[in-house]
Design a protein around this ligand. Structure first.
Ligand SMILES: CC(C)(COP(=O)(O)OP(=O)(O)OC[C@H]1O[C@@H](n2cnc3c(N)ncnc32)[C@H](O)[C@@H]1OP(=O)(O)O)[C@@H](O)C(=O)NCCC(=O)NCCS
Length: 174
């Protein structure tokens, strides 16, 4: 089993857009996402293309692709980026048959140092929906530390929900 993590290229923007636009409502709700707030395929594609061209300190989002034995099976991204300080991470094993096999935790472990180095971060946060067990478990396995549970609308695509805030610092990466 070989894992590779690398920055997304424009050719893969369709893969990310389709992951969200092809998803059924039940799946989206299980992630804490409000299906009514999902943008069109074209809007997602353009937002990815725009971010790829935007300098680091002005990016809305930065994406990493997760490859398993040479095949792209998922992706991670960060938003709320303050270069030299902190960012907020997202995680998705897009190919459903590859979930719950331990890959998510392995990919997160390999993504974190890339985010720290690329954006010179001190701390990286991740705040999944509290009732979505898989990311909460995967983050813990990847070395994140539980911070708190808060009720809020965590992002533009989400509904109001309890979110579990996790963090990892450069020192904690070991
Ligand atoms: C979140 C995600 C990236 C994690 O990747 P993964 O490869 O499935 O995760 P792992 O296999 O490394 O770990 C998942 C853990 O959650 C546990 N888990 C998942 N659902 C569970 C449930 N309903 N009850 C108990 N444990 C559960 C698994 O048993 C596993 O823990 P273990 O290894 O200690 O047994 C992946 O599941 C995914 O993409 N899900 C859909 C998108 C999503 O939810 N993204 C998060 C948005 S914040």
């Amino acid at each position: 089993m070989s894992y590779a993590v690398r920055p997304l290229v424009l050719d893969e923007a369709d893969f990310i857009a389709s992951y969200f636009t092809d998803a059924d409502d039940t799946f989206l709700r299980s992630l804490g996402v409000d299906p009514a707030k999902i943008m069109s395929h074209e809007e997602i594609w353009h937002s990815i293309a725009r971010d790829l061209e935007t300098p680091k300190d002005k990016k809305d989002r930065f994406y990493l692709v997760w490859e398993l034995d040479g095949l792209g099976v998922g992706f991670s991204s960060i938003d709320e980026i303050t270069v030299g300080k902190q960012a907020n991470m997202h995680l998705h094993v897009a190919v459903s048959r590859e979930r719950m096999k331990g890959h998510g935790a392995e990919f997160v472990k390999r993504s974190v140092p890339i985010y720290f180095d690329e954006f010179d971060l001190d701390v990286l946060y991740c705040q999944p929906y509290a009732f979505n067990t898989a990311p909460n478990r995967a983050l813990q396995k990847a070395g994140f530390e539980y911070v708190e549970t808060v009720e809020k609308v965590p992002g533009p695509l989400n509904f109001h929900q309890p979110v579990t805030r996790w963090k990892i610092t450069r020192e904690m990466m070991g």
